[in-house]
Write a protein that binds this ligand. Structure first.
Ligand code: CAA
Length: 261
């Protein structure tokens, strides 16, 4: 694996790529160079034949404590506007076709919460500390938090959380449907995340990428258009070898051997 300053990358299991945010001195605060490295690593996993699914995690103590406040403090409107400050963060959500599982332990605040919400599956520990505390700094969420939190938990709860800056636990996140599951310990989180990643990596890459694409469309399109979009992709997958392989294996009561074609 390539060496980075603020992140670590690995392929812990066949088909599984992992990015670990690693800026321990600042609780993984998301400075611009960290995001640049993250985008580079995700781009490499996205185009790698050996990777089907990506895990994004931090440390036990912090997934990420937010955008880098010290970097933002002197930023001006004109600088933010002309450089599209924070826009590059959304590459995670827009440029990566393979599913990304966030494994969140400890703090996931501000931009850290937003980064986790951009992922396709969110797993956390019960004691994880989520929140959008920007209001306490005299600002507002800037990396999609107001949109994704609202879609996940509904308007009234999102409004309450964003206007008060109050944090919420992994137990809450799972109860509200923001997280798919909250695990009782850090070890259980990482084990459960790997298990899900391996399950996904065991399927056809064509179907994995198609499934991610259509589920994500549900967040952007009205129902009728989304259903039509899904059907087009579904029809398209009849053109893959793996659809034939998967259905033939079922009929023959055998295990499918995917070609990813
Ligand atoms: N930016 C820059 N540095 C940060 C940081 C951040 N978001 N969060 C933590 N750090 C740094 C601290 O400054 C500290 O550095 P020093 O040792 O050099 O002082 C180091 O990380 C350790 O932090 P603490 O000593 O504060 O650790 P703690 O355990 O006492 O507290 C915490 C942990 C509650 C997470 C606290 O660090 C905190 O409140 N952090 C800020 C959280 C926040 O407001 N995030 C939102 C940022 S705004 C944003 O993200 C905008 C957006 O929508 C994109």
């Amino acid at each position: 694996a390539r060496s980075y300053e603020y992140i670590q990358t690995s392929e812990p299991k066949p088909g599984v790529g992992q990015v670990t945010l690693h800026r321990p001195k600042a609780l993984n605060a998301l400075c611009t160079p960290l995001i640049t490295e993250l985008n580079q690593a995700l781009g490499e996993f996205n185009s790698s034949d050996s990777v089907s699914v990506i895990i994004l995690t931090g440390s036990e103590k912090a997934f990420a404590a937010g955008a880098d406040i010290k970097e933002m403090a002197p930023l001006t409107f004109s600088k933010a506007y002309t450089t599209s400050f924070i826009e590059s963060w959304s590459q995670l959500a827009t440029q990566v076709k393979k599913p990304i599982i966030a494994a969140v332990s400890g703090h996931a605040l501000g931009g850290g919460c937003e980064l986790a919400m951009m992922c396709d599956i969110l797993y956390c520990t019960e004691s994880a500390n989520f929140g959008q505390p920007e209001i306490k700094l005299g600002t507002i969420p800037g990396a999609g938090g107001s949109q994704r939190l609202t879609r996940a938990v509904g308007k009234s709860k999102a409004m309450e959380l964003i206007l008060t800056g109050k944090s919420f636990s992994g137990v809450d996140a799972a109860q509200w449907g923001l997280a798919a599951k909250a695990f009782p310990s850090y070890e259980a989180l990482m084990e459960g995340t790997m298990k899900t990643a391996e399950t996904i990596a065991g399927y056809s890459k064509v179907a994995i990428i198609g499934a991610k694409e259509v589920v994500n469309k549900s967040q952007d399109l009205p129902l009728r258009d989304g259903v039509e979009y899904e059907r087009r992709v579904f029809h398209g997958i009849f053109g893959s070898q793996d659809q034939k392989i998967g259905m033939k294996a079922f009929a023959e009561k055998k295990k499918a051997e995917w070609t990813h074609e």
